[in-house]
Each structure stands twice: as structure tokens, then as C-alpha cells.
Design a protein around this ligand. Structure first.
Ligand code: AKG
Length: 282
């Protein structure tokens, strides 16, 4: 594969045949540009709709870094984001409102997005919001579920690596629900420890507001915000994905939460001031 296909329009049939079935990523330029969210969603509006909400933010490299979470009032987080106070924090302290259950919080906004492309090929979807300053990083990982990521505000850079190149990505044993993490962070890569990463050829796309990216199940991806950013993504699985991936992951997650499976290192629990913090299973 030489690059990521970029198209301006994509109907459900073509999506299924050319991209979803063969598991090939595709960037739909302007694929979300007609969504009401493009007109009406702003950091300030989301803040004003749920000012008292408590949200879980993550610091540093999301997924690959130390799991480091904090509970914040939405109002305080977004005020700091708008004021630019989050921009100047060191990378390992940069606070990211990741995996926000945006429609659990604000169900009235559901009609502002249109994930019909992934809905046309999957049985069930889960939607999350991602809000943060420039410089946030979600490190290389695989989601064992299909995904479309829509950019609403700001720009993001996304690196994708095909499943065939997994040996050079050094998968780790750290527990991440429905995911596999890589030991590779290109900015800190050690060629002596991880020599096979030289064989990997990441494919890069830059997401602009209004773009929609299909990230197939099994593809590695790494996402960096280039400026203050608001994105929303929909994970979806079909019947095959349910049987092959979702049910086994659900069992692993229940075992993990019961303390029976990979207790030591995970992306969902951490201790702060002697208190056990946890990300609600999603
Ligand atoms: O936007 C991000 O920071 C990460 C998004 C992501 O990893 C995903 O949609 O699976």
C-alpha cells in the first residue's frame, strides 16, 4: 500500500466494497463538513451546556504513557483550554479530555453528527469526544473495532501503520480494553531496543475541520493535535467483529476489573493520593 486514499465523496456501497471489507483506511475530505456540529459546536458552547459536569482528563501520552487521570469540572477545563493555559505545560503533563462520552453528557447534540457511513456497515456504535490543546498525543495503538474519526475544530496529524507491519511496532502486554499498545513512540524511539521499526512505513494524514477518516480494525494509529482541537469518533462492530473481538474483550475486561487479568499495568486504573482512580468501562 502506497498511501491513504483521499476522496471527496463516499457512498455506503463504495465504502463497504473498497474500504470496509478489505480493511483499507480512507480519508473523506469534507466528509463531515455538512454536519450541524461544524456550525454550532465550540468549546464555549459545550462548556455552557454542562458547566457543572465532572470529566476525566488524562495527562501525557494517552494510552502509552503512565496512566495519569484527573477529575475536573468541565467548566474549569474548557476555561483553561480557551485561555491557552494548557498549551504551555510540558508534554507529559498536557491535559487531554479524551474518550468523553459526549452524548451521554449532552444527548441533545446527537443529531448534530452523521455517522451513517460506519452505521451502514456495523450493528452497534459507540461515540466519543476528544477535546484538548495543541500537542496532545494518543500513542500508537490498535483498536479491535472499526472506527471513523471526524475533525470538528482544529487540525490533527494521524499516522497509520498497516497490520502486516506489526512486528516492527513491538506490541506490549499492557492491558487496554479493546486495544493493543505499541512500545514505539517515534519521538523517543531507541533503534537499539526496537530495530525493526526502521522497516515500518507509517502513512500520515492531516485532518482539517470537516474531514472524516476511516481507521480500520487492526490498524495502528497515533494521533497528535496540531492546535486546540475538538474531534468526535464512532467505533462500530459488525457480527464478525462482535464474535471475534468484542465478546472476548468483554470477558477480558470483566476479568481485569475483577483483578484477575493483567493487574499491574493498564490504561484504565491509576492511584492518586492513595485513591484508586478508574476510567469507567466503555
Ligand atoms: O484523537 C485522538 O487523540 C485519538 C483518537 C483515537 O485514537 C481513535 O479515534 O481511535
Amino acid at each position: 500500500m502506497t498511501g491513504i486514499n483521499r476522496v471527496r465523496q463516499l457512498d455506503a456501497r463504495t465504502f463497504r466494497r473498497r474500504y470496509f471489507r478489505p480493511k483499507r483506511p480512507v480519508l473523506v475530505r469534507g466528509g463531515a463538513s455538512g454536519w450541524p456540529a461544524m456550525e454550532s459546536w465550540s468549546f464555549a458552547r459545550l462548556r455552557d451546556m454542562a458547566p457543572e459536569a465532572e470529566v476525566l482528563t488524562e495527562r501525557g501520552n494517552v494510552l502509552q504513557g503512565e496512566t495519569d487521570m484527573a477529575l475536573r469540572p468541565l467548566r474549569r477545563y474548557i476555561d483553561a483550554l480557551i485561555a491557552g493555559e494548557l498549551d504551555n505545560t510540558p508534554a507529559d503533563q498536557r491535559e487531554y479530555l479524551s474518550l468523553l462520552d459526549v452524548f451521554g453528557l449532552l444527548p441533545q447534540l446527537r443529531r448534530d453528527v452523521d455517522f451513517s457511513l460506519i452505521e451502514s456497515v456495523t450493528m452497534r456504535q459507540q461515540i466519543f469526544g476528544w477535546l484538548g490543546p495543541g500537542g496532545t498525543l494518543t500513542g500508537y495503538h490498535i483498536d479491535w473495532i472499526d472506527n471513523t474519526l471526524a475533525q470538528i475544530r482544529g487540525r490533527k496529524s494521524v499516522d497509520l501503520v498497516a497490520p502486516e507491519q506489526s512486528a516492527g511496532m513491538y506490541p506490549t502486554r499492557r492491558f487496554s480494553y479493546r486495544g493493543t499498545l505499541s512500545a514505539i513512540e517515534p519521538d523517543e524511539w531507541d533503534p537499539v531496543r526496537h530495530p525493526r521499526f526502521t522497516e515500518v512505513t507509517p502513512l500520515r494524514v492531516e485532518l482539517e475541520p470537516g474531514d472524516l477518516l476511516y481507521i480500520p480494525l487492526g490498524w495502528w494509529h497515533r494521533v497528535r493535535a496540531l492546535e486546540p482541537s475538538l474531534s468526535v469518533n464512532a467505533f462500530g462492530h459488525d457480527l464478525r467483529g462482535l464474535l471475534r473481538h468484542q465478546i472476548p474483550w468483554l470477558i477480558r475486561r470483566q476479568m481485569h476489573w475483577a483483578g484477575l487479568y493483567r493487574r499491574a499495568s493498564c490504561t484504565c486504573h491509576h492511584f492518586e493520593d492513595g485513591r484508586r482512580m478508574e476510567r469507567t468501562p466503555y
